[in-house]
Design a protein around this ligand. Structure first.
Ligand code: Y12
Ligand code: CO
Length: 175
């Protein structure tokens, strides 16, 4: 089932998500629905809070060089922790909860992440490039942070002004 995406400035996006303790059918349905929602919205990453569920669960599915996404490339990540990080890199990020806005964000270039899969099995990944960026972006959601918080003061001010205008236009269109 496709779930509704929570959009900025919804206050749910600011909350810290809770650790997953039950690796049961409710979690599996959530992950399946998140995957369906992410695919339907052309996303490459999605955290549970973006569909309104405050659990430390996220998905990443990076496209290949042709821009195609494949189910076998889906990574399901539960209770992740970054245990090591190195370097720094900048990438133009976007987020399904802040649609149509993209900006440059600086993050660690390489990360080692320990997490669990949907069955509670412990996993570890060492990665760089787009996957490292996606892990960091999605893990920020678990702590109630959005990429727009990393913008400079002036860029953030400009964003807030444009966003208010956009929300007003959307509300007027609905009338
Ligand atoms: C690198 C940078 C950021 C991430 C986090 C995951 N971000 C996304 O998956 C962003 C998706 C996105 C998709 C959009 O397209 C549609 O909604 C159809 C989009 O455009 C609009 O909203 C019009 C914006 C963002 C991982 C790796
Ligand atoms: Co996001």
């Amino acid at each position: 089932m496709i779930r509704k995406i929570v959009v900025y400035p919804d206050k749910r996006l600011k909350q810290r998500s809770c650790e997953v303790v039950e690796f049961d059918s409710t979690l599996h349905t959530l992950l399946d629905d998140m995957n369906e929602t992410m695919t339907a919205k052309n996303g490459i990453g999605l955290a549970a809070i973006q569909v309104g569920v405050p659990l430390r669960a996220l998905l990443i599915n990076l496209p290949d060089e042709e821009g195609e996404q494949y189910p076998e490339n889906l990574i399901e990540v539960i209770n992740p922790v970054i245990v090591d990080r190195r370097g720094s890199t900048t990438y133009t990020e976007g987020c399904l909860s802040v649609p149509e806005y993209y900006d440059d964000v600086e993050r660690s270039e390489w990360v080692k992440v320990e997490f669990q899969d949907r069955y509670g099995e412990k996993k570890s990944i060492e990665t760089d490039g787009l996957l490292a960026i996606a892990f960091q972006h999605e893990m920020d959601h678990l702590d109630g942070h959005l990429f727009i918080e990393k913008l400079s003061f002036l860029k953030r001010k400009k964003f807030e002004k444009e966003w208010k205008k956009k929300l007003k236009e959307m509300r007027e269109k609905k009338k």
